[in-house]
Structures are given as structure tokens and as C-alpha cells.
Design a protein around this ligand. Structure first.
Ligand SMILES: NC(=O)c1ccc[n+]([C@@H]2O[C@H](COP(=O)([O-])OP(=O)(O)OC[C@H]3O[C@@H](n4cnc5c(N)ncnc54)[C@H](OP(=O)(O)O)[C@@H]3O)[C@@H](O)[C@H]2O)c1
Length: 269
């Protein structure tokens, strides 16, 4: 009997990338996964691949930037399952660009998807999660802890997500709901290096590369998913990968100038 067997989890951003890998590992552990993303065709294809029998997954086309769509998602979970054990807020997107040259409209897009969407989902799910003493997992990034050049809207919004996560952890501490922030470096994927072509015109090559030039090995998404699920079982508060990045974050807290010097050594920007 695994920890996840017969639990109900919702994964946003489940049609591709890390969300899909996480959904797959939950299904493998006997969890029923509600897979949410906007594109129904992609969601269906992902569900068919990770759960061919269709018994351990449900798809609910959802736009996490829409209040009505999020309310519909959690109403579906309440009506169909009557419970929720884990909310994985994975939908999010990196955005390359210099802060001084990024429009406020583009900042609003990043904040809506990377921060407000998680708040929306938490607000809609919190009563079910209190009832199950379940988990909230917020998908941050190394950019939740340290900015780096050329990721102005991304670092700004992922830092805000870390603040939201801390606030939520304190608020829910008495309720038994576990809250986890995941802060990985670049995750290995087939299209690394090609995703940000349109956002990096006029910026140096480093802006296009995974992690915008951060010199760390790409993380295997399956390893990361295992770490996240174990982190839930152990009620960890934070996962940072690679772990050595914590040293940089600690030094940067003590002295911004030392932190910036170290950051320069660990990035090619
Ligand atoms: N990739 C990395 O190297 C890396 C590193 C650190 C952290 N992260 C974080 O990990 C998470 C996943 O990243 P990824 O690169 O694996 O993602 P990805 O491959 O770009 O996939 C994003 C997923 O989110 C969904 N999505 C996007 N906008 C949405 C919306 N408004 N409503 C609902 N779903 C939406 C997409 O489906 P639809 O477009 O159909 O909606 C898709 O399923 C993000 O939060 C990212 O910031 C990624």
C-alpha cells in the first residue's frame, strides 16, 4: 500500500512538461489524478499515455487565470470524488526579458499565471484540503530565491510565489494542511534552448539558454517528481535543487554584494 493509493490529487499544467511527469508518477502510485490545463486535445493525449485504462485519471480543461474556470475545476472534484488530498500548482511559465524593458501588461500576465493562479486554486480547494489534512505544492524555481539577468518578469513573479507560499504555510499550520515550495533549476526537456526565441531578440545568447545561463546540470523530471512526492510524505517545507544553491541564497541574505558576485560565477550572463 503506497502513501498515494486511493488519494485524489489535482495537477495544474498536467498536459506536458513537469506537470505531466508528476501526474504520471501519481497514477503509478495508485492515486486518482485530476489533470488540468487549457488545451483539451493535449490533455486527452497526455491522459491516454499515462493512464491507458482511464481508471486513474480525469481531465478537466481549465484556465487557471480565470476565476470561473477554477471554481468549475474544484466543483467537479467535489461532485465526482467528494474529497481532495493534494493540490499541485504546477502551471506556470518562464518569461525572458529585462525588467526595465518589459511592459506592465506582460508583468501582469506573468503574475496572473505564476502567482494569482495558485492563490485562486488554494482558495477554491482549502476546505477540502483541511478536511483531508492534505498537501499544497507550489512550483517555484531557483528564480524564487535569486534573480538572474534577463528573467525580469519570471524572477519577480516566482519570488512573489515564494512569499505567498510562506504566508500560506503559516496560515494553515494549525489546520494540518502541508505546504511545500519546490525550487528547481532547469528541468531536462527535448526543446531546451528553443523555447524563448521570440522573447530574446536583442538579448545575449545566455538569455535563450535553460535557466537563462545558470551553470547547473539539467534535472531529470522523473527524479524531481519522486523528490516532490517524498517531500509531501515527509512534510518538507521546501525543496531546492541543486542543494548547493542554498549556500548562494544564504550568502546573498547576509550580503547582497557577495551574493551578486557569486551569482556571476554561477551564470554565463
Ligand atoms: N522547465 C523548467 O526548466 C523549469 C524549471 C524550474 C521551474 N519550472 C516551473 O515548473 C512548472 C512547469 O514548467 P514546464 O516548463 O514543465 O511547463 P510547460 O512544459 O511549459 O507546460 C506548462 C503547462 O501549463 C499549462 N498551462 C499554461 N498556462 C495555463 C493556464 N492559464 N491555465 C491552465 N494551464 C496552463 C500548459 O497547458 P495549456 O497551454 O494547454 O494550458 C502545460 O500543461 C512551471 O511553473 C515552471 O515555472 C520549470
Amino acid at each position: 500500500m503506497t502513501y498515494w493509493r486511493d488519494k485524489v490529487a489535482v495537477v495544474t499544467g498536467a498536459s506536458q512538461g513537469f506537470g505531466r511527469t508528476l501526474a504520471e508518477q501519481l497514477v503509478e502510485r495508485g492515486c486518482h489524478v485530476v489533470m488540468a490545463a487549457r488545451d483539451e486535445t493535449k490533455l486527452q493525449a497526455a491522459a491516454q499515455q499515462i493512464d491507458p485504462s482511464g481508471t486513474k485519471s480525469t481531465i478537466v480543461p481549465t484556465d487557471v487565470t480565470s476565476d470561473d474556470s477554477v471554481i468549475n475545476l474544484f466543483k467537479h472534484i467535489q461532485d465526482k470524488h467528494g474529497k481532495l488530498d493534494a493540490l499541485f500548482n504546477i502551471a506556470g511559465a518562464s518569461a525572458r526579458g529585462l525588467l526595465c524593458e518589459t511592459s506592465i501588461d506582460d508583468f501582469l500576465i506573468s503574475f496572473d499565471l505564476n502567482v494569482l493562479s495558485s492563490i485562486r486554486c488554494v482558495q477554491a480547494a482549502v476546505e477540502m484540503l483541511k478536511a483531508s489534512q492534505g498537501h499544497v505544492v507550489n512550483m517555484g524555481s531557483l528564480a524564487s530565491k535569486s534573480a538572474s539577468k534577463y528573467i525580469g518578469p519570471y524572477a519577480t513573479s516566482k519570488f512573489a510565489l515564494a512569499g505567498m507560499n510562506h504566508q500560506l504555510r503559516l496560515e494553515l499550520a494549525e489546520s494540518g494542511v502541508h505546504v511545500l515550495l519546490v525550487c528547481p533549476g532547469p528541468i531536462a526537456r527535448g526543446d531546451s534552448g528553443q523555447r524563448y526565441e521570440t522573447q530574446t531578440t536583442g538579448l545575449p545568447e545566455a538569455a535563450r539558454s535553460p535557466g537563462a545561463g545558470v551553470k547547473v546540470k539539467a534535472i531529470d523530471p522523473k527524479d524531481l517528481a519522486r523528490r516532490v512526492l517524498t517531500g509531501c510524505e515527509k512534510h518538507q517545507t521546501e525543496i531546492v535543487i541543486p542543494g548547493k544553491a542554498r549556500l548562494l541564497f544564504s550568502i546573498a541574505q547576509l550580503s547582497g554584494a557577495w551574493g551578486d558576485w557569486l551569482l556571476k560565477r554561477f551564470t554565463s550572463s
